[in-house]
Design a protein around this ligand. Structure first.
Ligand code: TXE
Length: 482
C-alpha cells in the first residue's frame, strides 16, 4: 500500500515511531494509503532541518527566491492532471473542481507570492528638523509553522507556505491527516524546482500529536492555522504563553442576503454554487440564505428545483456536481444537523438523505439539502455544519436582515444581492465579517486581505498582509550631523 512519508531536509523519510494512520478514499470508503504518524520527535527533526536552512535562505536574494517559487508554480501546472486526480481521490471532491480550482490556485499561490515579494517594501519616517531618519526593517521571523485543513487541501496548504518562504522564513508544515496526498507530492516538486533542503519540511499525522508538537515548539515563533474554531481556540491557548505570532482562519456561518431588486438569474446561479460548491465544505459557503419576502416563495420554488437537479455522484464521473463528503465522521456530523433541524421544527424542502452511488456503495454521499427555518437563533442557523446543507428564511426590512446576518458568533464572509448602491454601502459597512461580496461569491483577488472577525479568527492573510505576518518589523532610528 502507498505510504505517505514525511518530507524533511529535502528527503522523504519514515516516521520515527514507525507507526501509520489509514487514509480513506471517501468515494468508496476504502483505505487506500497509509500516512506517517509523526510525533514530537519528527517535528523536532523537521525543526532542526528548518533551523539549519534559515541563515542561507533568509539571505538568498529576492530574485532567486522568486525564481524558485515561480518554478514550483510552473511544475504544479505541469502536474495538474496528476495532482487533481490525487486531490479528488483523497478528498472526494469532483475531479472537475480539483482541476479547475484547487490545483490552479495552488500554483497561483506560489506565482503570486513569488512575484509579490519582489514588490514588498517598507516605510521610512523622516523626523524633520531633528536630523533623524527612521526606517522599518522587515526581517523574516525564522522557523514558522503552517497547519492546514482538509477541505481545500493543496490550495490552503500552499496559501500559507508560499508567503512564509517568500519572506525568507523556513517552514515546518502539516496538512490535514484526512487529506495528506497532494502535500506529500509537493515535496518532490519543491526538490525538482531547486528549493534548498530544509526550507520546507512537511510532517504528517494527527492534530493532537504532530500538530500540537508544532504549536507547542518553543522555537517555532509563528503559527498560521486554518481549521475549526475549537481547534483554533486550543492553538491560541497553547501559543499565547509563548507570545507567538498567530494567524487563525477559522469557521464561518455566512449569510447570503438576497433583495428583490437583484439580478435574479445571476443570483440564483451563484447561490447554487455558494451553497453547495465542494459539497458545502468551504468556510466561505453561504449557509444561511435570507430572502426579501416579496420574492421568497418564488426563490424557494426555483432554488429547490435547481438543487434537486444537482447530480450527486462519484468524483471521477464528469457529470457529477456533488462528490463525496470528506470522511465518515464528517458525514455523520452533517447528518446529525439535519436531524436537529427537524427536531427544531425546520422543514426539509429538498434532500436530507444519504445517496447510494452505483459502484461506490460505501462512499460518503449526501443529497444537497435545503431547510426552511423559522427562527434565526435555531442551532442549524447558529452552528457551523460545513456540508451540503443550507437554511432559508424570509425578511422584511434591512434592519431585520442585518440583525440576523450579524446574529451569530462567526464573521467570515457575507454575500449581498442588490442593484441598489446606497443599500450596498449601508449594509456592507454594518455587516460583521472580514469579506462582503456584492453580486458575486468567492471572487478572489490575491492582493486583498483575507480573514474573519469574531469566532472566525484573528489576523489577515493575502497580499502584503501575509508578507507582513511572516516578517517582524524593526524600527531603525538613525541620527546624523549636518
Ligand atoms: O478540523 P481541525 P476538523 C470546521 C468544520 C469542521 C470542523 C472540524 O466545521 O466540521 O472544523 O474539522 C490540525 N494542534 N472546519 O476536526 O481539527 C489538524 O490535524 C495543532 C473549517 O477536521 O481544526 C488539521 O491539520 N493542530 C475549516 C487542522 O488542524 C491541530 C476547514 C484542521 O483540523 C490540532 C476544516 C492541535 N491540537 C474544518 N488539532 C475552515 N476554516 O475552512 C487538530 N489540528
Amino acid at each position: 500500500m502507498k505510504k505517505i512519508l514525511n518530507y524533511i531536509d529535502g528527503n522523504y523519510c519514515e516516521p520515527i515511531s514507525e507507526t501509520w494512520i489509514d487514509n480513506y478514499n471517501p468515494s468508496n470508503g476504502e483505505v487506500y494509503s497509509q500516512i506517517a504518524n509523526a510525533n514530537e520527535q519528527d517535528v523536532e527533526k523537521a525543526y532542526e532541518a528548518a533551523k539549519k536552512a534559515f541563515p542561507s535562505w533568509s539571505n538568498t536574494t529576492i530574485e532567486e527566491r522568486s525564481r524558485i517559487m515561480l518554478r514550483i508554480a510552473t511544475l504544479i501546472e505541469e502536474n495538474l492532471e496528476e495532482l487533481a486526480y490525487a486531490e479528488s481521490l483523497d478528498n472526494g471532491k469532483p475531479l472537475s473542481l480539483a482541476k479547475a480550482v484547487d490545483i490552479p490556485r495552488a500554483s497561483s499561490n506560489f506565482r503570486f507570492f513569488g512575484n509579490a515579494i519582489t514588490q514588498f517594501a517598507s516605510e521610512a519616517h523622516e523626523s524633520v528638523g531633528l536630523n533623524t531618519m527612521n526606517f522599518t526593517l522587515r526581517q523574516p521571523i525564522g522557523v514558522v509553522g503552517c497547519i492546514s485543513p482538509w477541505n481545500l487541501p493543496l490550495y490552503l496548504f500552499t496559501w500559507k507556505i508560499a508567503p512564509a518562504i517568500a519572506a525568507g522564513n523556513t517552514v515546518v508544515a502539516k496538512p490535514s491527516e484526512i487529506t495528506p496526498m497532494t502535500a506529500f507530492m509537493l515535496g518532490e516538486i519543491c526538490t525538482k524546482a531547486g528549493l534548498p533542503n530544509g526550507v520546507l519540511n512537511i510532517v504528517h499525522g494527527t492534530g493532537p500529536s504532530a500538530g500540537q508538537a508544532i504549536v507547542a515548539h518553543k522555537n517555532i515563533k509563528a503559527i498560521s492555522f486554518t481549521g475549526g474554531t475549537i481547534t483554533g481556540e486550543h492553538i491560541a491557548r497553547t501559543a499565547a504563553p509563548m507570545f507567538k505570532k498567530l494567524s487563525l482562519e477559522l469557521g464561518g456561518k455566512n449569510p447570503n442576503l438576497i433583495f428583490a431588486d437583484c439580478n435574479y438569474e445571476k443570483m440564483l446561479a451563484v447561490t447554487l454554487k455558494s451553497s453547495f460548491a465542494n459539497q458545502g465544505q468551504i468556510c466561505l459557503c453561504g449557509s444561511r440564505i435570507f430572502v426579501e419576502r416579496s420574492i421568497f416563495e418564488k426563490f424557494k420554488k426555483d432554488f429547490v428545483t435547481k438543487v434537486a437537479q444537482l447530480k450527486v455522484g462519484n468524483p471521477f464521473d464528469e457529470n457529477t456536481n456533488i462528490g463525496a463528503l470528506v470522511s465518515k465522521p464528517h458525514m455523520e456530523k452533517v447528518q446529525s444537523y439535519i436531524e436537529i433541524a427537524k427536531e427544531e421544527g425546520g422543514i426539509v424542502l429538498t434532500g436530507g438523505n444519504p445517496v447510494v452511488v452505483k459502484g461506490s456503495e460505501n462512499g460518503y454521499y449526501l443529497e444537497p439539502t435545503v431547510i426552511e427555518v423559522f427562527d434565526d437563533q435555531c442551532r442549524v442557523n447558529q452552528e457551523e455544519i460545513f456540508g451540503p446543507v443550507v437554511t432559508l428564511m424570509p425578511f422584511d426590512t434591512e434592519e431585520e436582515v442585518i440583525n440576523m446576518a450579524n446574529g451569530v458568533e462567526y464573521g467570515l464572509s457575507a454575500t449581498l444581492w442588490t442593484q441598489n448602491l446606497d443599500r450596498t454601502m449601508r449594509i456592507s459597512k454594518k455587516i460583521e465579517s472580514g469579506i462582503v461580496w456584492v453580486n458575486t461569491w468567492l471572487n478572489r483577488d490575491l492582493r486583498t486581505p483575507f480573514g474573519g472577525v469574531k469566532n472566525s479568527g484573528v489576523g489577515r492573510e493575502g497580499g502584503f498582509e501575509a508578507l507582513k505576518f511572516f516578517t517582524e518589523p524593526k524600527n531603525i532610528c538613525i541620527t546624523y550631523s549636518e
